[in-house]
Design a binder for this molecule. Structure first.
Ligand SMILES: NC(=O)c1ccc[n+]([C@@H]2O[C@H](COP(=O)([O-])OP(=O)(O)OC[C@H]3O[C@@H](n4cnc5c(N)ncnc54)[C@H](OP(=O)(O)O)[C@@H]3O)[C@@H](O)[C@H]2O)c1
Length: 416
């Protein structure tokens, strides 16, 4: 390790994409006064960019070292991450984590542990990579009512959709390209299935609205069955399909949450978020709409967010979770939304309480509809829709009318 004037020992778990990113950032900050303890990793055989003496393989070497009170948990194993974070908090220590899955799964317990043992947990890097969304919601907007937060929070899905749209690539080619460039994992399910985004939305809901919701209770559809024809349909109404995390409170303090492919019109900021970039729109009651855009993943952007948390923690910063203490807002999934559906081949729509069901296009290969349905009802038929490879996307009611007209006009031109 580089010799620096040091007074704080930092215990890092994980030296992969994010761990290395944090390490690189620390090397550039000469005055940080941070000494990095041996880094905890798992695989003893893996070639490393640092000498063997820079590593340890037993998390307890760090957790039980009394000279370390500040940790960065940057490992890929959510169960082990949970155990590390829990142990640090019970010891009243400070820990920064990037593990959205672990955080979203255990958030209520992790909040309680901080309160009971006076430890600190920060996790900016877990949502939107380098975008300072959690701290903005938690600190700046802790006293203002927010109406809505919506965003593109998964770089892999956004890259795939952007490339299909701008270069006409098929879904599988765009996915392969994303994997080659390191934007998507070998198993892309967590990204393209919307699971990663739902974990991030669950963390946003806690800080923006004070509601802690288990990720599995949030309506979630991914982009894994999107087709070129869906993007073409969106283009006819000057919209783009994006995987959008959406949280909105109605005047009765009821919160609606979902992660859905969405027809985003050209007037919205999210329309212009392309490739692996992430973007979040915040809609406070008084301040008016705001938008933050930036790198949602990657070694240095994410390492930078971890460093921002480490240095904030050194200055004594912790989340107050002010809105979770007020508890005026409750989750309500009864809201009706309008959706676009494309049923491939002989697949037919499952039985459900559809309203305003309109067939908007029929080709030899697929039939498309628009319809209204409640979030709860859509959740109840999710398995049927997935089994039949039916693509769904949220569409605004006025866009639904427009798309029906535009597709009809297009068909008439084609036949004339
Ligand atoms: N990559 C990104 O852009 C990004 C962005 C935001 C958040 N995150 C989150 O950050 C975390 C780390 O992601 P990553 O991309 O850096 O993963 P990664 O490149 O796969 O690296 C994972 C690291 O965790 C270590 N590890 C895994 N299991 C361990 C265990 N049981 N005990 C000790 N060390 C263990 C691995 O050790 P070995 O080196 O020995 O294999 C490796 O160093 C994840 O929670 C991820 O979701 C990542």
């Amino acid at each position: 390790m580089k010799n620096k004037p040091s007074n704080i020992r930092l215990g890092i778990f994980g030296f992969g994409c994010v761990g290395q990113g944090l390490y690189d950032v620390l090397q550039t900050i000469e005055q940080a006064g941070i000494e990095v303890a041996p880094i905890c990793v798992k695989d003893k055989e893996k070639p490393r960019s640092l000498p063997a003496s820079a590593f340890t393989y037993n998390p307890q070497d760090l957790l039980q070292d009394e000279s370390i009170t500040l940790f960065a948990e940057l490992i890929s194993d959510a169960d082990e991450a949970y155990s590390i974070v829990k142990q640090a908090l019970v010891a009243g220590k400070t820990i920064v984590s990037a593990n959205k899955k672990m955080l979203a799964t255990h958030l209520p317990e992790l909040i309680k542990l901080q309160q009971n043992y006076n430890g600190t947990l920060l996790y900016e890097a877990a949502v939107g990579g380098s975008i300072p969304i959690i701290r903005t919601l938690e600190s700046y907007y802790s006293s203002e009512t927010l109406q809505r937060v919506s965003g593109i929070l998964n770089g892999s899905s956004n890259y795939i959709l952007s490339k299909m749209e701008s270069e006409g690539l098929s879904y599988s080619l765009a996915l392969q390209q994303a994997q080659k460039l390191g934007f998507a994992e070998a198993d892309p399910t967590l990204d393209v299935g919307g699971f990663d985004t739902v974990n991030k939305l669950s963390l946003i809901a806690a800080h923006a609205f004070g509601v802690t919701v288990k990720p599995e209770l949030i309506l979630r559809f991914g982009i894994d069955v999107v087709g070129e024809e869906d993007l073409e349909a969106a283009a006819t109404i000057e919209a783009r399909i994006r995987l959008v995390a959406f949280a909105e409170v109605n005047p009765f303090n009821e919160l609606n949450l979902h992660v859905l492919p969405t027809f985003v019109p050209a007037q919205r900021e999210l329309y212009h978020v392309v490739n692996e970039t992430n973007g979040v729109t915040i809609d406070p009651v008084f301040a008016g709409e705001q938008f933050i855009k930036g790198r949602g993943a990657g070694s240095h952007p994410t390492g930078s967010a971890v460093w921002a948390d480490v240095s904030a923690a050194i200055s004594g910063y912790r989340y107050a979770y002010r809105k979770t203490k007020i508890k005026t807002i409750v989750l309500n999934q009864d809201k009706k939304i309008t959706i676009y559906l494309r049923c491939p081949g002989g697949a037919s729509l499952p039985e459900a309480a559809w309203e305003n069901l309109v067939k908007i296009q029929e080709t030899g290969e697929a039939t498309s509809f628009t319809a209204d349905i409640s979030v709860k009802e859509l959740q109840s038929i999710q398995t049927d829709l997935a089994a039949n490879h039916i693509f769904i996307a949220q569409i605004a009611a006025e866009q639904a009318v427009n798309i029906a007209l535009k597709l009809k006009q297009k068909a008439e031109v084609a036949y004339s």
